[in-house]
Design a protein around this ligand. Structure first.
Ligand code: BES
Ligand code: MN
Ligand code: ZN
Length: 500
């Protein structure tokens, strides 16, 4: 989609549909909506007086303009109540309007920049949210039948009356375009079937994009992974015919890679459970078990494309978890890259194993902070709810606070959970340093405590369990059903102002 900025009056633009907004409960519109109302000789006011449009978030109403203005249709979109208004509401409203425009088969869409006026957002923030909502809300997975012929608008025109805001709007729109490009790419990766999005394919995709944005990329193969001493990744991948990959992206702004933020992502391209085979229900969505890897790769590529000043490394261990005559077994003892040994209790607790090697590998960068992102546990979904929030664990207050702020700003919800020592006791083993499962109870806490044993010592660390968020069960606002791209915007937001 092409994004244009036009300085002028909203009621004077030429487009197939023009979007104006309204906050909930407002009876006399102001700003651009008032100007449009006047041009339409009070048509919007009459709709409001009749009580036919309340301004609820994402509510839309199409008005036909009968030649009163150049555009044949106006889409009125609700922003919700003023008291709770923020950038997240803009993304939601922009998506609703764009989806309505797509239904109307509008090719040229014009819109006000939601929230820049009465909403009190900065013009840059408002423009970014408006464009993000539009581009993310119009995403479709092209292999899905119903999407094959839903192209959506080709042009989005951002219309602003005040010329002094132009540069800020352009900057916000540009950021949004870059972010949406990578979020939507991550959605594609997650939506792709497991038999197509293999570890080799994921590595190829990462290499291709790394080349495009001009950052260093390296992919380790099976032999290199084993020779290095990644005993856990080697074991998990052994049951599959598909060879594993260890994907490394290094974004070094101005050639400097000192003290990078290292992002680690779980890249299980299909999780059958291994010999502890999952049920039909449990296995159905397990093509999404590489969403953590996709998110950290996407975020690192986006950070590079945005030219953020912070060095970033993405590490994505990728493999399948399959049962076979060669598969690793309950009772096996593995040695991770940092030398610690792991007793296998359950082959379905595989994510923490491949992350153990990747977190150990992170130490070589002398990182400023390490964050891992993983669809790690069903327990996270039990605790927080499907499509509701991801779980955050951290041993550093500043890092946790920065991530929670980024979550608030991006609408990618996080909820912090405790790292109590009790959880470590539950994963003590008689034959190894730790075991890979502490059983059903406290499964979220024990999984995080397991990972902490492999995070580089003395480095601020955070773990994001995104199992509730990788694939949306239901479409909501700017997040269509299916792969969500969760984590890309959150991590980039953190990288814009990393702490500690
Ligand atoms: N990939 C799953 C976790 C998951 C479940 C992600 C549902 C998304 C949706 C993970 O590898 C897993 O199987 N975890 C087990 C751990 C258990 C065996 C200790 C789980 O949560 O049941
Ligand atoms: Mn599993
Ligand atoms: Zn898994």
């Amino acid at each position: 989609m092409q994004i244009e900025i036009r300085i002028g009056a909203i009621q004077e633009v030429e487009a197939d549909a023009v979007v104006v907004n309204l906050m909930e409960g407002v009876t006399t519109p102001g700003g651009a909506t008032a100007a449009m109302d006047q041009a339409l000789e009070g048509r919007i006011s009459r709709v409001l007086a009749a009580g036919d449009f309340r301004g609820r978030l994402g509510e839309t109403l199409v008005l036909y303009t009968d030649g009163q203005i150049l555009a044949p249709r106006v889409i009125l979109v609700g922003l919700g109540p003023e008291a709770s208004f923020n950038a997240e509401k803009v993304r939601h409203a922009a998506a609703a309007a764009a989806q309505r425009a797509r239904e109307l088969k509008a090719r040229r869409l014009a819109t006000v920049v939601h929230g820049a006026g009465r909403g009190g957002l900065s013009p840059e923030e408002a423009a970014q949210a408006t464009v993000e909502g539009t581009l993310l809300g119009l995403y479709t997975y092209q292999r899905k039948k119903e999407n094959a012929e839903r192209p959506g608008p080709e042009v989005l025109q951002l219309v602003e009356f005040d010329a002094t805001k132009e540069a800020a709007i352009a900057a916000g729109a540009r950021r949004a375009e870059i972010l949406a490009r990578f979020v939507n790419r991550v959605r594609d990766w997650v939506n792709e079937p497991g038999s197509d999005m293999t570890p080799r394919r994921l590595a190829e995709e990462a290499l291709g994009l790394a080349h495009e944005v001009g950052i260093r990329a390296q992919v380790l193969n099976e032999q290199q992974i084993a020779a290095m001493g990644m005993g856990a990744l080697t074991a998990v991948s052994r049951g599959s015919e598909e060879p594993p990959r260890f994907i490394i992206l290094e974004y070094a702004p101005e050639g400097r890679l000192e003290r990078p933020v290292v992002l680690v992502g779980k890249g299980i391209t299909f999780d059958s459970g291994g010999l502890n085979l999952k049920s039909e229900e449990g296995m159905a969505t397990m093509k999404g078990d590489m969403a953590g890897a996709a998110a950290v790769l996407g975020a690192t590529l986006a950070a590079a494309a945005l030219q953020l000043p912070v060095p970033v490394v993405a590490l994505a261990p990728a493999c399948e978890n399959m049962p076979s005559g060669k598969a690793y077994k309950p009772g096996d003892i593995l040695r991770a890259l940092n030398g610690k040994t792991i007793e296998i209790v359950n082959t379905d607790a595989e994510g923490r194993l491949i992350l153990a090697d990747a977190l150990s590998y992170a130490a070589r960068y002398n990182p400023r902070a390490v964050m891992d992102v993983a669809t790690l546990t069903g327990a996270a979904i039990i605790a927080l709810g499907q499509d509701v929030a991801a779980a955050l664990f951290s041993d550093n207050e500043e890092l946790a606070a920065a991530l929670l702020r980024a979550a608030e700003a991006t609408g990618e919800r996080l909820w912090r959970m405790p790292l109590w020592e009790d959880y470590l006791e539950r994963i003590r083993s008689d034959v190894a340093d730790v075991k890979n499962s502490g059983g059903r109870y406290g499964g979220l806490g024990t999984s995080a405590m397991f990972l902490k044993q492999f995070a580089p010592e003395g480095v601020p660390w955070a773990h994001l369990d995104i199992a509730p968020m990788d694939i949306a069960e239901k479409a909501r606002g700017y997040v269509p059903k299916g792969g969500t791209g969760y984590g890309v915007r959150l991590l980039v937001r953190y990288l814009e102002d990393p702490k500690p």
